[in-house]
Design a protein around this ligand. Structure first.
Ligand code: HEC
Length: 146
């Protein structure tokens, strides 16, 4: 693997880096599948992730290694729900997780979880900006009241 991103940008090109960043941003809007492998995605986009060596560590739409978080659906509501629910899942930080709590590690034992499914869903919707301001305020009050 080549060392630093600056060298990679010089090799691959600034324009390609912009495309890579756009592709990553687009993930937030793509529905994330339940399984680890994502929907089919343009070869060109996959090639970008390979050219910049991201897939040396990250999985992306079924390509690449798994030592770093899976970037399929990165930033989407489903991705956020997944990582808040349990960052120790292999597709997120796995055993390397150091500090982020698993807020809903026991789907079958609600009393053992720090947050419920609906609460996590709400937090994720809030983060991705799906809740209008008035609803956010109401939701925050509701969470506080619990
Ligand atoms: C040498 C391995 C490696 C390479 C190469 C690499 N990453 Fe990562 N990346 C990681 C690890 C490991 C993490 C998790 C945070 C940590 O442990 O430092 C991470 C975290 C991330 C995150 C944040 C994930 C989160 O939890 O929110 C993003 C986004 C990301 N990388 C994108 C990229 C992109 C895009 C590239 C290519 C330009 C890339 N990475 C290249 C190892 C790598």
């Amino acid at each position: 693997m080549r060392g630093n991103l600056r060298e990679l940008i010089d090799d691959v090109g600034q324009e390609e880096l912009d495309k890579l960043i756009d592709a990553l941003a687009a993930e937030a809007k793509r529905p994330m599948p339940a399984g680890q492998d994502g929907p089919k995605i343009a070869e060109e986009v996959l090639t970008l992730f390979e050219d910049f060596t991201c897939t040396d560590c990250h999985r992306f739409h079924g390509q690449g290694e798994t030592s770093a978080p899976d970037l399929t659906g990165y930033g989407s509501r489903a991705w956020l729900v997944g990582i808040i629910t349990d960052p120790t899942q292999p597709r997120f930080y796995g055993k390397q997780n150091d500090g982020m709590p698993s807020y809903r590690m026991f789907p079958d034992k609600p009393e053992k979880n720090l947050l419920g499914e609906a609460e996590i869903e709400l937090v994720a919707r809030w983060i991705v900006g799906e809740l209008p301001v008035a609803k956010r305020t109401a939701a925050a009050r509701e969470l506080k009241a619990d």
